[in-house]
Design a protein around this ligand. Structure first.
Ligand code: MG
Length: 162
């Protein structure tokens, strides 16, 4: 099997009084992201990209949001689960690239730690994980600060060729 590419997108709404979990970290902010799990848009986008690369469906089919076992779950568990599903099919993650779209908070200072946490969840080198952040120039729901979006692209390849 040759190298395959997957894309994932996710968005979550802000609510006051929740920790902001993003990229496997807790980032200080007035609001957190609402979700059945910890609401980590970055890791959810990566999970969908992983499953997409292997044509294995999506995050909702593996980790349904009406399943109590995933309530409040650390989304790193979803990343590990998706990576295990790929491994069962003889595939391994090669590289991940993520763009976060968020008006607030400023995320630049946290991107290195997000890369490290994401690489740990994926069991890959940090150099295989890119995470970038940008604003939406004040436009639309992101611009109004209603939530955060993330897009991920991954490449996966045969496990045996390293
Ligand atoms: Mg999600």
């Amino acid at each position: 099997m040759s190298v395959r590419v997957g894309i994932g997108y996710d968005s979550h709404r802000f609510a006051a009084g929740r920790p902001l979990r993003i990229g496997g970290l807790t980032v200080p902010h007035t609001h957190g992201l609402v979700g059945h799990s910890d609401g980590d848009v970055v890791l959810h986008a990566i999970v969908d990209a992983l499953l997409g690369a292997a044509a294995l469906g999506d995050i909702g089919s593996y980790f349904p949001d009406d399943d109590p076992q995933w309530k409040g779950a650390d989304s790193a568990r979803f990343v590990r689960g998706a990576a295990e599903a790929l491994a069962a099919g003889g595939l391994r993650v090669r590289q991940v690239d993520v763009t976060i779209i968020a008006e607030k908070p400023k995320l630049a200072a946290h991107l290195g730690a997000m890369r490290a946490a994401t690489a740990r969840a994926l069991d890959v080198e940090m150099s295989a994980v890119s995470i970038k952040a940008k604003t939406n120039e004040g436009m639309g729901w992101v611009g109004r600060g209603e939530g955060i979006g993330a897009v991920a692209v991954v490449t996966v390849g045969p496990a045996e060729t390293g």
